[in-house]
Design a protein around this ligand. Structure first.
Ligand SMILES: Nc1ncnc2c1ncn2[C@@H]1O[C@H](COP(=O)(O)OP(=O)(O)O)[C@@H](O)[C@H]1O
Ligand SMILES: [Mg+2]
Length: 379
């Protein structure tokens, strides 16, 4: 069962990849959150720095004004130094000097603040780019995750379906061979043997007649006729199993009616058949498909479900055909695949070929409902 192992392996690889990508997504989220927090801090810092620069410019301008007056004053006291005492002159001089020094410092600080502001602006631009990139990346990673979680899983499903179909193809060939063997045995054991018997008996009739035993000959003929009748019945049954001619001659609904009446009678049970919508001949492909679908579902319900009652409903609409087959039997779990069973798979296959859908609703102990919907455009 190497097939099963590789199915699991693919699932495992996908799970691992999803794990790695999810981690990456978390990391990208942390990076982008970090960048965003830093961005906010920098914005606040930039605002403060700008305010400080403005304050410094303002203070500097005021101080420059003061220095200007102070220097004028100094010039004045220097010019009329005879009018001012030495202390007064020194005082003015020192005051001017102090203010000039302070102004120089203020301008220096202002320069530093401007540089800081420019630096902050540069960093903010870079951070914005980082945030943008992280968001882009997070988006891409989400896309990858979706791919992995949905689309890739679908690939897995497709592979499984393809395998199922491949197995089904092989099974069809086997089933055909099996069917031929069954039919040849049926003809051999039934009609062929009877014909041989009839041939023998007809010779007996001839002999009796030549010997003048007319009554015997007549009795023999009656018995031969009985055998012919039952051979005919057998041959008809075999033909019917192969492909009911009524399907081509009378169409789907009468054939299903006949089939259901027969099988209900044979199994001594109740099978309901309801038709909704206009009973018309359908495209041959659809008639054959639906007949086989009923056959398989009803046989399953009898063989596996041990149902006491089966209901078949067929609805012919303008754009679609719907069939519901419901039994009140054992029920089963359709998810549990039986390697040797191809009836249900074959049904699905037929429905898919007609672009339709088939759902199985089954409750253990309650019964099974199969719903088949197929788009159909009457021509
Ligand atoms: N109507 C039903 N009720 C209960 N079990 C069912 C029914 N139809 C199918 N099953 C279960 O599903 C299995 C697969 O059915 P199917 O594919 O038709 O194969 P098969 O009839 O050859 O066994 C059956 O063996 C049976 O266990
Ligand atoms: Mg079956």
């Amino acid at each position: 069962m190497a097939v099963k192992i590789s199915d699991k392996a693919l699932d495992h690889v996908i799970d691992e990849m999803i794990g790695v990508v999810e981690n990456s997504k978390d990391e990208i989220f942390y990076i982008s959150e970090g960048a965003r927090t830093e961005h906010e801090q920098l914005v606040t810092e930039l605002k403060e720095t700008k305010e400080k620069v403005l304050k410094h410019i303002e203070n500097g301008d005021q101080l420059e004004q003061k220095v200007y007056y102070s220097r004028q004053r100094l010039a004045e006291v220097s010019k009329y130094f005879d009018r001012y005492s030495e202390d007064q002159i020194r005082d003015v001089y020192e005051k001017t000097h102090r203010m000039q020094t302070k102004l120089a410092m203020l301008r220096q600080e202002e320069q530093i603040l401007r540089e800081k502001r420019d630096d902050l602006e540069r960093r903010l631009i870079n951070l914005s780019k980082t945030i943008e990139r992280a968001e882009g990346l997070a988006g891409k990673v989400s896309v990858i995750l979706t791919y992995l979680q949905d689309d890739f899983r679908q690939v897995n499903e497709m592979i499984e379906n393809a395998k199922e179909k491949q197995a089904f193809g092989l099974k069809i060939i086997e089933a055909q061979e099996e069917e031929r063997r069954k039919i040849s045995r049926e003809i051999h054991d039934g009609p062929a043997q009877m014909l041989a018997n009839i041939l023998l008996r007809s010779e007996l009739v001839e002999r009796s007649y030549r010997q003048g035993a007319v009554e015997e000959a007549l009795a023999e003929i009656r018995s031969v006729r009985k055998m012919i009748r039952s051979s005919l019945y057998e041959v008809r049954r075999i033909i019917y199993d192969l492909r009911p001619m009524a399907l081509d001659d009378l169409g789907l609904v009468p054939t299903i009616k006949k089939y259901i009446a027969n099988i209900a009678d044979y199994n001594n049970m109740k099978i309901d058949f309801t038709v909704l919508g206009e009973e018309t001949r359908l495209n041959q492909k659809y008639e054959v498909a639906f007949f086989r679908l009923v056959q398989e579902s009803v046989q399953n319900a009898i063989k596996h479900a041990e149902a006491r009652e089966i209901q078949v409903k067929f609805e012919i609409r303008k754009n679609s055909l719907t069939m519901v087959i419901k039994d009140n039997g054992k029920g089963f779990d359709p998810k549990v695949k039986n390697e040797k069973s191809f009836g249900l798979i074959g049904m699905k296959e037929r429905v898919e070929m007609l672009d339709g859908s088939l759902t199985i609703d089954s409750i253990i102990g309650r019964g099974t409902t199969i719903i088949i919907r197929v788009p159909y455009k009457a021509v």
